[in-house]
Design a binder for this molecule. Sequence first.
Ligand code: ADP
Ligand code: MG
Ligand code: MG
Length: 882
Amino acid sequence: EQYVYRFGGGTADAGRDKNLLGGKGANLAEMASIGLPVPPGFTISTAMCTRYYEEGEAFPDSLRTEVAEGIAHIEGITGKAFGDAGNPLLVSVRSGARVSMPGMMDTVLNLGLNDETVEGLATAAGDDRFAWDSYRRFIQMYADVVLELDHDAFEEALEIAKEDRGFTLDTELSADDLRGLVAEYKALVEKEWGKPFPQDVHDQLWGAVGAVFGSWQSERAKVYRRLNDIPASWGTAVNVQAMVFGNMGDTSATGVAFTRDPAKGDRAYYGEFLINAQGEDVVAGIRTPQYLTRAAREEAGAKPLSMEEAMPEVYGQLAKVFDTLENHYRDMQDIEFTVEQAKLWMLQTRSGKRTAKAALKIAVEMAEEGLITRDEAVCRVDAAALDQLLHPTLDPKATRDVIAKGLPASPGAASGKAVFDADTAEKRAAAGEAVILVRTETSPEDIHGMHAAKGILTARGGMTSHAAVVARGMGRPCVSGAGGLSISARDKVMRVGGREVREGDLLTLDGATGEVMAGEVATVQPELSGDFGTLMEWADAARRMKVRANAETPADCRTAREFGAEGVGLCRTEHMFFDAARITAVRQMILASDEAGRRVALDRLLPEQRADFAAIFEVMAGLPVTVRLLDPPLHEFLPHEEAEFAEVATAAGVEVEVLKRRAAELHEFNPMLGHRGCRLGVTYPEIYEMQARAIFEAAIDVAEKSGAAPIPEVMIPLVATRREVDLMKAVVDRAAKAVFAERGREVEYLVGTMIELPRAALKAGEIAESAQFFSFGTNDLTQTTLGVSRDDAARFLGAYVEQGVYSKDPFVSLDIEGVGELVEIAAERGRATRPDIKLGICGEHGGDPASIAFCERIGLDYVSASPYRVPIARLAAAQAAL
Ligand code: ADP
Ligand code: MG
Ligand code: MG
């Protein structure tokens, strides 16, 4: 079996296969084969990573042969030799999983340097300083990544070397200074590791390869995989590649760039670079990087020349490469490059992470440019990420107490309490607090805190710093590089312009402007036109399923319609019962000792319910509205606190003792499976009769007033048998007949049922003889199928997901294998009986893209989601259909 694949010199052994080569390796191979300047190298495939772990972290002998051939390939193209004292070949050893895991895996640069080859490098390059700078970088990285020694000791030695000489920048250190530093570093290694720094270049190489495979199981890689649903079985590839040097003086540089603005989506080259620097320097925020384009520099009012101005020729080549890459990959690219003595080298390309706003704009514009089709544009936008756009931004009219300004690294607004370390962020967020994570700069160790925070603020780092990249990926607002801040994580305080912000103080960030404000600032609703509207139109053209909303107030219905809902999939009538104005009548109904008493109370409720429904029907004129008849157990409407009993008893006109006795009677051991749903209707049909009457009277009122009749779909909850539907349907039909006769007018309506018990799913064929539609209530269906109470699941569900019992929280993303099978069975059996039966889903899952894809696959007619998730559902439904 082959594990090593070569690239460079205009060709590559293997092409686009990311599963085999990892993302980085596949794209390096591809860039090489389309003629872009890529330093030659080879990739050890991801299959080797898997085998490495299977065989107890050891390499097979065949790999040594293959790697030797790979090195020979690089030597052949570069004319340099690995370990050669005269003209040494240096390589980088880079990780690369199938999907990019920014900053998660370790990379070693300048490998192949030792006490001999460093002299050879100096002679070959005619530059002592450069050679010794490379050697000290190599030892530092190797000690950190491969030997896992304390990083800070090396940083400290570097800082002291600079301080002793009164320097602030690494670049000020001379060749001799660096030579001294290397000696110190070597002593440090020997002291900490117990052995001298490895001088054999092959030992160095195998150590680094092992470290890359090892980093696949590092804690931070595991956290990242968990957050991003990446299976551990994928493994990482290792790329070994000839070094090119951005640290060879002022005609050399290193940079990162995007072919379009990843924050706003504008069609403009976007990036940062540093002259006389190497690799991670730009991302690590050690020096403040310079802008790529003149326009960006001018807009920011920055002084140091842009690349366009400082190196116009190379910049011109780079711009051409950007266009080539966009045309080739047909997507916005995120690029890493190095300039070695005025020669451009490409070191990485991948589809760039972007904000939801940028994703929309780029997808729409690329379709308009003809680079991709409209359907492709629809598939380019992550439906779940739309969430970022559907939420408020800062009210432009609100007063802002701006205390600092940084870079607008990731858009959106966030307010919360300042916290100064990731663990505290996680703890406070878990306790329900909104927090802003404030750091000098972030590193991969901060990921869990960034995830927990509403927003991220850093004092250092540019637009492509770790904080910025990760925040954009997570959709968290971020302000980075806010220069005026002095942050002490130890003392939990941030100082800026004579002011102090301590842990727990409120802060607001505007990720769109880079402003940092004291206190909380008012927000406004988002604008839903422009690119959003265009993409939604294309999505609507592509989707088959309808999208409805779960809504029970006119305000929610209006929001839902603005977001494009095509009906109400679930109107929960009990929410109306809790209204202060009518709860007394509800309680009187519950407390009544016989039907006559209940009817008196129900007569008082009827006009209220009718008004509720009329208001909803008016907003949803002409569209279907599914109204679920009363569902929760009655005791939910009675007081539970001792203090309330007296007051409620007086209001309801009964003795406190009577009220207490009734509350005790209604107590249930397991209310979720108790006297609720249609069981209420079977025992007290007059309740459902009143509700049905209110629905039909309201429908006729609205039809008469506006001419556009709503289409009520009356839904019977918690059905297990056909007989229940028959009984309740008779009640509803009787009410309809009575109202139609009284009013001399009819409206179209349906009577159907929720499928939320396993028995109902299995007996769906029979139930469909009576029910005209099914709506899958997947919240209860999940509870009853898994035998897991949603309200009690928190104690163990986390452990279940962690240990792979369920791959995701089954209340968030449908358990397709189990619950999904019941849904599929019910849909099939229902259709067999009644081919035109209407099928929809109204559980929480109706707004979850993965669950929506399942609904499309089994041919449901619609999904219903909460109003704010309607656009997500529209887009996900389109993507599922394409
Ligand atoms: P990451 O996945 O963390 O981005 P990379 O493998 O891309 O790690 O390496 C980080 C940086 O190191 C790159 O951006 C690039 O600037 C530098 N680098 C990697 N390989 C080389 C090389 N062969 N020559 C010069 N610089 C390199
Ligand atoms: Mg890295
Ligand atoms: Mg990289």
